[in-house]
Design a protein around this ligand. Structure first.
Ligand code: NAP
Ligand code: G4F
Length: 334
């Protein structure tokens, strides 16, 4: 039985990757950091098939102990401070987790068992002010946020440990990927959740920032399959995963409202608070290498992704409303 350790297991990708690896017969360990609240919403359904271990990318000793205890064959480093706007307000913390955290984990692996296969969650944000269209593994980097800069460090330290110590370390340069499990602060989910609440009569306005930015948006479960494929190759390499299509934020907003029979212009307000100090204007990926070498292909179209997310949020809002009503009834309020 192969063993895998996933950092960031409570996040969107971590939860899908844990599902995939359990389904493939792995013994899966998920690193979880101490919290006073319960962050297991996305992995609760996995029950005892997922083994949770306590640690933090800020604490190298905890990482070493976990590698010693779990003896993984594969480590997927998905943990990060991953929300771009927060990286300006918490720039040092973002660097500590998203940049130096990668070195801490690589050091722990190297000390305990350098044969471990390592995946680093790199990002299209590293292309930033994109130097070519579309972007592939050879495109020069030009990050536009402390998050992008931190991820670029994580990318290069992965490449460096591969070249310095012969480690099986891969960097997956993934373009935006979304799902009903996406955090509600990210654009796609912020919009689909708002649409569902507007339909339910719970809000009548949605405040957003730059509607002109363009992104290459795919479906998260497709992308975790690509991560796994990277670690099954004969030699470690870096790969871009992307759909090869780009759409503007405005288009995402327009189509999400249209799925619910609404016109976004009646609800959306542009609010400078959500405009970033520096923007990544255009991302579109060329994943030709992954398609050829990994046999990887995205399976969900832009329109299908929007439908999946709007429908899931409509169901979620109905559920939340039903439980609010039940609680209120119990208290004798309604
Ligand atoms: P996410 O939902 O924001 O999840 C981030 C995860 O990192 C959470 O489990 C979080 O734990 C954990 N984490 C944060 N700080 C930590 C620390 N100090 N120690 C240990 N764990 C910590 O992110 P995602 O969308 O799943 O993305 C997964 C990874 O891929 C991230 O590294 C992200 O930067 C990268 N990426 C994402 C995309 C995308 O479009 N989704 C594209 C390219 C690259 P808590 O639950 O405790 O906060
Ligand atoms: O959904 P976003 O916050 O994602 P962003 O910045 O592209 O980053 C995501 O994808 C990266 C991969 O390229 C990951 F590495 C990263 O961890 C994260 O998962 O914003 C998308 C676009 C931006 O151009 C932003 O300016 O939407 C624009 N936007 C407009 N109004 C907004 C808003 N974004 C958010 N979050 N909230 C708004 O109100």
């Amino acid at each position: 039985m192969k063993r895998a350790l996933i950092t960031g297991v409570t996040g969107q990708d971590g939860s899908y990757l844990a599902e995939l690896l359990i389904q493939k017969g792995y013994r899966v360990y998920g690193l979880i950091r101490r919290s006073s609240t319960v962050p297991t919403e996305r992995i609760y359904h996995l029950g005892d098939s997922l083994n949770l271990v306590s640690g933090d990318l800020l604490d190298e000793k905890s990482l070493r102990q976990i590698i010693e205890e779990c003896q993984p064959d594969e480590v997927y480093n998905l943990a990060a401070q991953s929300f771009v706007p927060e990286s300006w307000t918490q720039s040092i913390l973002t660097g500590e987790i998203t940049a130096l955290g990668v070195t801490r984990l690589l050091n722990a692996i190297r000390d305990v068992n350098p044969q471990v296969r390592f995946y680093q969650a790199s990002t299209s944000e590293m292309f930033g002010k994109a130097q070519t269209v579309p972007q592939d593994e050879k495109t020069p980097f030009y990050p536009r946020s402390p998050y992008g800069v931190s991820k670029l460090y994580g990318h290069w330290i992965t490449v460096n440990y591969r070249e310095s110590y012969g480690m099986f370390a891969c960097s997956g340069i993934l373009f935006n990927h979304e799902s009903p499990r996406r955090g509600r602060e990210f654009l796609t989910r912020k919009v689909t959740y708002a649409v569902a609440r507007i339909v339910a009569g719970l809000q009548n306005e949605l405040r957003l920032g730059n509607l002109d930015a363009q992104r290459d948006w795919g479906y998260a479960p497709d992308y975790v399959e690509g991560m796994w494929r990277m670690l099954q190759q004969e030699s470690p390499e870096d790969y871009v995963l992307a759909t090869g299509e780009t759409h503007s934020v405005r288009e995402w907003v327009d189509k999400s409202f249209a799925v619910a029979g609404l016109d976004y212009k009646d609800y959306v307000v542009v609010d400078p608070r959500f405009v970033r100090p520096a923007e990544v204007d255009l991302l579109i990926g060329d994943s030709g290498k992954a398609r050829k070498q990994l046999g990887w292909n995205p399976t969900v179209t832009f329109d299908e992704l929007i439908e999946i997310m709007v429908e899931a949020d409509e169901a979620l809002v109905q559920e939340q409303e039903a439980s609010q009503h039940a609680i209120a009834a119990l208290r004798g309020i309604r």
